[in-house]
Design a protein around this ligand. Structure first.
Ligand SMILES: *[C@@H]1O[C@H](CO)[C@@H](O)[C@H](O)[C@H]1NC(C)=O
Ligand SMILES: *[C@@H]1O[C@H](CO)[C@@H](O)[C@H](O)[C@H]1NC(C)=O
Ligand SMILES: *[C@@H]1O[C@H](CO)[C@@H](O)[C@H](O)[C@H]1NC(C)=O
Ligand SMILES: *[C@@H]1O[C@H](CO)[C@@H](O)[C@H](O)[C@H]1NC(C)=O
Ligand SMILES: *[C@@H]1O[C@H](CO)[C@@H](O)[C@H](O)[C@H]1NC(C)=O
Ligand SMILES: *[C@@H]1O[C@H](CO)[C@@H](O)[C@H](O)[C@H]1NC(C)=O
Ligand SMILES: *[C@@H]1O[C@H](CO)[C@@H](O)[C@H](O)[C@H]1NC(C)=O
Length: 778
């Protein structure tokens, strides 16, 4: 995105999310006591049951990268794994499991957990008090009584990983399977980067050199890490080659001499500043005086000097009420670089910057988390924002002994770990809105830092099994004296009721990529830093290891007007992926939703939590629902309500819409599946995808309601956007197309689970009458 676009957005959307929500929610979730076994439990959703799990994990043979590990094994293995075998193996299983996830799904990059009903293998999330140097970090002896941002610790490194942590690390690695595997992966990745030529400068339109910057940051972190773990100076040499290249002193050119780090798109400058800061600090002991002064002069010329211009002139638009990733990344990069060279910096700029970045980040970055924990930009932008926030806070803590309020000025900040967990579906994120640039050095590893700081061990336990866990920050943010399973006692549902986002997350399990996941949003169509779509009522649906109703993602950020969104006819809203047409919701008069939408929501949940094992079993009456009155999102309707709920012990999903419209109504859902509509009634359809099947059926269909399909592109009658839309290859839109009128549309989703499942047909209940028990079969 470009600075000017977001700047424009900022002026039109200055809004403080740190205010109380005006929600209509009927339920709020607190960790409820776990349900213990009852006789009428049923099992579903996990095709592979016990399957000699213990032996398999110990023997390392469950490392299947296939999506549907083995449907066949299900029924028979259940009986085969006798209770006694499981019991005798329980104790050894617990330690032998080591890393809980045994593989990563290759399509969706989700962790695969062994299916086990062995309750001895897992326990509740906790930090185990420990002074045993084999599994806990030593205390930091740098404890200033009056921390000051300009008073840094005497020893190096200062940033994130002080010397005492490096000294303790080998012993911790030797005793912790996660640290062991991340260390190995970082070495492997570093070797791969080492073999490549330095990053080649590429100015990518309006997203500038952000990919370059983050790639360089990722590399310098890895090179410095491996050097410190080996004392092999070839890594220092390779880091120097990368640094010289990014300074414009390499064998290929790197940007224009006046502004190599592309300060007009300041994220790029900030990330390169952070990269140089880390390299300077982590390799401080081995740089020659010449190298140090060259790094400093480059950092000042291309990073800190432009940084001072940003913080002292209006070019730094991201400092004013930008409660989003820009503020976090820019302040963080300037802070890390300044801390790294403080006292060695002849210019005084580091000092000048440190006196302004911290307060600015407290007033903006730290406020980007709303009252319910949501990151209002999008699920993907959460990664950029929280990475910046965590790097900045962790650097201030290690270098100066305080975070100066960055961690607690917003009392709701700590809930953002739950935002990330609940927005992570069985296969992928509830990825509404823009997805953002490539991630490179950006990860979800802030979860480990937050887990420790906020005493929320489940955040770290969740993140440690993810594919992006293996990078240097994790090595220092992860507390090895952690125990238990993140899912143990974790509610399956959560509703986020701040009026800006208003969304709900419901699932059948936390530990099976094949499980059911439904997420839906209402929310406002402003205040998302122009990364949202016109998407009240939008939902995603996962089951059987695939996504059945999904998102189209970002359009091209370089498209003219892409970030011009303040007006109803703004150009952003002419691109299909951003229009209401491009969402899984109700479309009326083929028109975009009203930018001033202010929906209300209701929700409730049986408060079901997962138990300690990875095979989650739920009661038949375990359920959750979310309804919204989103009439205000439409121009040609007097009432538009939508609700979604789980049925039949979380095996089926009902989506219901009650609409009174003076113009044509379309129900729309985007899917990668192959759609086969029943050609006699046109009221049911069979979706197939990834070898799995989903049946979709209208209940009590109004006259004339028929399923049909269309392609995922603009209607010919839509206004023409400045440049053509992206194609959406493989995507089919399942629609129900009706003239003006009053309708109650009920669409039942029946994933075709393995084994014999009794599918229910729920009663017809008006949305206003929905309760937890309103759909029980009589
Ligand atoms: C920031 O937002 C607040 C609250 O909306 C407003 O009072 C203030 O004037 C804004 N500041 C700037 C610099 O726009
Ligand atoms: C880290 O990984 C590398 C590469 O696999 C290995 O050589 C090294 O011994 C590991 N470090 C420790 C402390 O185990
Ligand atoms: C790091 O290494 C792992 C394991 O070899 C690999 O899967 C991953 O793609 C690498 N990551 C990067 C960023 O190169
Ligand atoms: C690297 O050198 C330091 C300082 O001499 C020493 O303490 C450390 O043990 C060495 N590490 C390795 C892996 O050789
Ligand atoms: C790059 O070259 C310039 C001009 O000679 C010099 O001022 C700067 O310190 C060098 N930086 C690095 C990192 O090599
Ligand atoms: C189709 O699959 C791709 C790749 O997994 C995914 O990014 C996209 O969101 C899916 N689209 C829909 C409409 O589900
Ligand atoms: C769920 O938990 C909330 C908050 O504790 C409580 O108000 C509600 O009654 C619970 N609902 C059920 C069905 O247990």
């Amino acid at each position: 995105m470009s600075a000017s676009y977001d700047n424009l957005n900022a002026q039109n959307q200055n809004h403080n999310m740190y205010t109380e929500p005006q929600h209509n929610g009927s339920g709020y979730i607190t960790p409820a006591s776990r349900k213990k076994g009852t006789s009428n439990w049923i099992k579903f959703g996990i095709p592979v049951l016990i399957v000699v799990i213990v032996a398999a994990v110990v023997g390392g043979v469950v490392g299947s990268r296939k999506k549907h590990s083995s449907n066949a094994a299900a029924a028979s293995s259940q009986s085969a794994a006798s209770a006694s075998a499981a019991a005798s193996a329980a104790a050894s299983a617990k330690s032998a499991l080591g890393k809980f996830a045994v593989a990563t799904n290759s399509e969706f990059m989700m962790p695969i957990y062994p299916s086990t009903t062995d309750t001895g293998a897992f326990s509740s999330p906790t930090f185990v008090p420990s002074s045993d140097p084999k599994n806990s970090w030593p205390q930091d002896t740098f404890k200033p009584s009056n921390p000051d941002v300009l008073t840094v610790r005497p020893d190096r490194p200062r940033l994130i990983a002080p010397a005492y942590k490096w000294a303790a690390l080998p012993n911790l690695i030797a005793n912790d399977p996660y640290l062991q595997s991340w260390n190995a992966t970082i070495f492997k990745n570093a070797s791969d980067y080492k073999a490549l030529p330095p990053v080649v400068y590429f100015l990518d339109g309006d997203s500038g050199i952000l990919d370059n910057a983050r790639d360089i940051k990722r590399r310098l972190k890895a090179f410095a890490y491996v050097y410190r773990m080996t004392n092999d100076t070839s890594w220092v040499d390779r880091a120097w080659e990368e640094i010289q290249n990014a300074a414009g002193n390499g064998t290929t050119t790197f940007g224009p001499d006046v502004d190599r780090w592309n300060s007009g798109h300041f994220l790029d400058t900030a990330e390169l500043s952070a990269a140089f800061g880390i390299a300077y600090d982590w390799l401080y002991d081995v740089w020659t005086p010449d190298q140090k002064s060259q790094i400093i002069s480059t950092l000042i010329k291309y990073g800190l000097q432009p940084g001072v211009t940003q913080v002292t002139t209006p070019t730094g638009w991201w400092r004013n009420n930008i409660t989003g990733n820009w503020n976090c990344v820019c302040n963080s990069g300037l802070t890390m670089a300044s801390l790294a060279i403080l006292n060695d910096d002849p210019s005084g700029l580091a000092k000048q910057l440190l006196q302004t970045t911290v307060d600015n980040a407290k007033n903006n970055c730290a406020q980007a988390v709303s009252t319910d924990g949501s990151w209002a930009e999008t699920a993907n932008y959460w990664y950029f924002g929280t990475t910046g926030h965590a790097e900045m806070a962790a650097s201030l803590l290690s270098a100066t002994g305080s975070h100066y309020g960055l961690m607690d000025v917003n009392p709701n900040y700590q809930k953002t770990g739950d935002f990330h967990m609940y927005i992570s579906g069985s296969t992928s994120l509830f990825n509404y809105g823009d997805h953002g640039p490539n991630k490179y050095s950006t990860t979800a590893n802030s979860m480990m830092f937050y887990a420790d700081f906020y005493n929320q061990p489940q955040y770290a336990l969740f993140q440690r099994d993810q594919y992006d866990a293996a990078e240097p920050w994790s090595m220092f943010w992860y507390q090895p004296n952690i125990a238990g399973a993140f899912w143990d006692g974790k509610p399956l549902d959560h509703f986020f009721d701040n009026f800006v986002d208003q969304w709900g997350s419901m699932r059948s399990t936390w530990t099976d990529v094949n499980g059911l996941y439904v997420a839906i949003k209402a929310g406002m169509l402003q205040y998302h830093q122009t990364h949202n779509d016109l998407d009240c009522g939008d939902f995603v649906l996962d089951a059987l290891g695939t996504r059945w109703a999904g998102e189209l993602g970002s359009a091209d950020y370089r498209s003219p007007g892409y970030f011009t969104s303040a007006l109803q006819d703004g150009q952003r809203w002419m691109y299909y992926r951003k229009m209401t047409e491009g969402q899984n919701t109700i479309l009326i008069n083929k028109a975009n939703q009203n930018l001033n939408a202010a929906p209300t929501i209701k929700f409730d949940t049986s408060n079901t939590t997962q138990g300690p094992t990875t095979v989650n079993v739920v009661d038949q009456d375990s359920t959750a629902f979310f309804t919204t009155d989103m009439t205000s999102a439409y121009f040609d309707a007097t009432s538009v309500k939508r609700g979604i709920r789980l049925l039949n012990g979380r095996k089926q999903v009902l989506l219901q819409d009650e609409v009174t419209a003076s113009q044509g109504v379309q129900w729309r859902m985007h899917t990668n599946a192959t759609v086969n509509i029943d050609q006699s009634t046109f009221q049911s359809a069979t979706l197939t995808l990834d070898g799995q099947t989903m049946k979709v059926q209208m209940l009590n269909p109004p006259n004339g309601a028929k399923f049909s399909t269309t392609t995922a592109k603009r209607f010919d009658t839509d206004p023409t956007p400045p440049v053509p839309d992206q194609d959406n290859p493989g995507v089919t839109v399942l629609i129900i197309d009706l003239p003006a009128g009053t309708y109650n549309l009920q669409v039942l989703f029946n994933p075709q689970w393995p084994g014999s499942v009794n599918y229910v047909t729920p009663p017809s209940v008006a949305l206003d009458q929905w309760t937890l028990r309103s759909h029980d079969s009589s």
